[in-house]
Design a protein. Structure first.
Length: 162
């Protein structure tokens, strides 16, 4: 089960300086999808996750990828999505562990107060829909359709600890 990260947890974006979670939350909520670039499950969900994140990219939400790979591996796995959506590299899985994630890929909504407001481990569309609907209510935004017509069937994902 996802847990509130320490405020001093540092995330490393591909383009820019490292930032603490507290710094990232000064103006916006944070919503991210954590991916393992070496698993089929993360690859299967990439288009779905990109669609969901881009729905919120104009809302008061900082959307991001948290990828368990080096910056080069992040870019290879995400392709142009690494430039279009904020991407954090987490090769040692320190952030994944700090967030208490159990299965990848998860969808996580971290509120401006540093607390987990919603999280769904693995790809369970009803759970992801619950997270996105709550985020949409909080930000006065329109939630995406989850699941969408081209989304994969549900699956449990892979262990977050690698």
């Amino acid at each position: 089960m996802a847990s509130d990260p320490p405020a001093d947890l540092t995330l490393t974006p591909l383009n820019g300086p490292r930032r603490t979670v507290a710094h990232l939350l000064t103006t916006f909520h944070l919503c991210f999808v954590a991916l393992d670039p070496f698993t089929n499950e993360s690859a299967w969900l990439l288009p779905t996750a990109a669609r969901i994140l881009t729905v919120f990219d104009q809302a008061d939400v900082r959307v991001a990828w948290l990828v368990t790979g080096t910056p080069e591996e992040c870019r290879m796995f995400l392709g142009p999505l690494a430039r279009e959506i904020l991407t954090f590299s987490d090769p040692d899985r320190a952030a994944v562990k700090a967030f208490g994630l159990q299965r990848l890929p998860p969808l996580v909504h971290l509120g401006m107060d540093g607390q987990i407001k919603g999280a769904a481990d693995g790809w369970h569309p009803a759970e992801w829909r619950s997270v996105t609907e709550k985020l949409a209510r909080i930000t006065s935004w329109l939630a995406p359709t989850v699941p969408g017509p081209n989304d994969p069937g549900p699956f449990g994902g892979t262990p977050a600890d690698g």
